[in-house]
Design a protein around this ligand. Structure first.
Ligand code: UD1
Length: 417
């Protein structure tokens, strides 16, 4: 198993380019199932989750041509095997995103239930409820969702909670349904908007993406298109927090500033100086950060995918911070590891109380999930001495070339087997 070794203590300085967004790329890849024609996707991040999704689409019958690691052409002319097997779904929950498009296009889908994961139970009842409301017959047997539908029918669906992949699955399914679908209490995440832009380029009729009511008028068929994946706002936020926590000065190119409001507000509150231009953001931190309180919630509020990174910064900030996680029930697993580095954190239910200390100590720590891993990298950057992070395959699921980018910013970091 690979590990990362980080020598802490030096501020990040320099510039890097932000990659395409994992959480936008995965649904856009699945959108290729909705047409016989070719969908060209550019600015694809080279990540484990992306290669897993490509393998899944390929085994269903999609022809995958990778022009280079960031550009792929997908043609799903004949889908001979509408199945997402357990072996693939268990490594990547986002595989559930094939359910809606597969059912809409072929009238059938057999998808392994994703089950729980480290950060929480994560049911998919809203995906299933929505497709049933559109006329699908769904049975759950032997750990698989078996769905059939002659042609889905548009209807009004009010989701019980805000779910990102749930909204994306139903939006994709509705593009080929008979009549109009109205999704209420829809997720407003920028990745939902990116997917809607891709679907519209393919001939779908969608309005309201980015608001909590999305209206989709079903069409008979979709056609090929080219889509450029939006920049990764969570990767951008992660590097900004690393810059702030280390007292550095960094420039991030190809970032999408309009998706970063909640993150930038908290960095300003921590004492950073931030400048944004059309496609880039720079950050300078001259002082020790101030503690920041926050509460995670659906977009446009503070993202759960940035909670662990800000919590790491709070460990060495001036003051005490209260961090509340409202999206996932078990998303404080990084706390135990940060404590091994001497952090002063107490967890009560879904709230962590972080008392800032002068400095973290380098230690051997274990990555437990994707964003928890990012928080350990940030902790390693600001700790005194060496930090060794084990199980970094979690990081490779969501951060493209992380050690190369950190090296570019002056960090002493290496990967070992
Ligand atoms: C997506 C993101 C993930 C992010 C999360 C929240 C992708 C590939 N992943 O995950 O990085 O952390 O949004 O912003 O885009 N829920 C149900 N029933 C459902 C669906 C969801 O109870 O049918 C619950 C979940 O357990 C969770 C909450 O709703 O508590 C939000 O989950 P959801 O938005 O669906 O997360 P994902 O789409 O899986």
């Amino acid at each position: 198993m690979q590990k990362l070794i980080i020598q802490g203590g030096s501020p990040l300085r320099g510039e890097i380019t932000i990659s395409g967004a994992k959480n936008a790329a995965l649904p856009v890849l699945c959108a290729s199932l909705l047409t016989r024609d070719t969908l060209q996707i550019t600015n694809l991040p080279f990540l484990k989750d992306v290669t897993t999704m490509l393998a899944l689409l390929e085994q269903m019958g999609t022809n995958v041509i990778a022009n280079n690691p960031s550009e792929v052409a997908l043609t799903a002319a004949h889908l001979s095997n509408p199945v997402a097997p357990y072996e693939m779904v268990k490594t990547m929950r986002a595989a559930i995103l094939v359910l809606g498009p597969l059912l809409a296009r072929t009238g059938e889908a057999n998808i392994s239930l994703p089950g729980g994961c480290a950060i929480g139970v994560r049911p998919v009842d809203q995906h299933i409820k929505g497709l049933q409301a559109m006329g699908a017959e769904i049975k759950i047997e032997h750990g698989y969702i078996h769905a059939v539908a002659k042609r889905l029918e548009g209807t009004r669906i009010v989701m019980d909670m805000v779910t990102v992949t749930g909204t994306e699955n139903l939006m994709m399914a509705a593009t080929l349904a008979a009549g109009t679908t109205i999704l209420e209490n829809a997720a407003r995440e920028p990745e939902v908007v990116d997917l809607a832009n891709c679907l519209v380029a393919m001939g779908a009729e969608i309005c309201g993406a980015g608001s909590d009511i999305i209206t989709i008028k079903g069409v008979k068929s979709l056609h090929g298109a080219t889509h450029h994946v939006m920049p990764d706002r969570i990767e951008t936020g992660t590097f900004l927090v690393a810059g702030a926590a280390s007292g550095g000065e960094i420039l991030l190119k190809r970032a999408c500033n309009k998706t970063l409001d909640a993150i930038l507000d908290k960095l300003l509150e921590a004492g950073a100086t931030i400048e944004t231009e059309e496609n880039q953001v720079s950050l300078k931190m001259n002082t020790k950060p101030k503690s920041v309180n926050f509460r995670t919630a659906p977009y446009p509020a503070f993202p759960t995918d940035m909670q662990a990174q800000f919590l790491a910064m709070n460990c060495i900030a001036d003051g005490t911070a209260i961090v509340t996680e409202t999206i996932f029930e078990n998303r404080f697993m990084h706390v135990q590891e940060l404590k091994r580095m001497n952090a002063n954190i107490e967890v009560e239910g879904n709230t962590a109380i972080v008392r800032g200390i002068k400095q973290l100590d380098g230690a051997n720590v274990m990555a437990t999930d994707l964003r928890a891993s990012a928080s350990l990298v940030i902790a390693g950057l600001i700790a005194q001495g060496e930090t060794v992070i084990d199980r970094i395959y979690h990081l490779d699921r969501g951060y493209e070339q992380i050690e190369k980018k950190l090296s570019q910013l002056g960090v002493q970091i290496k990967r070992i087997q």
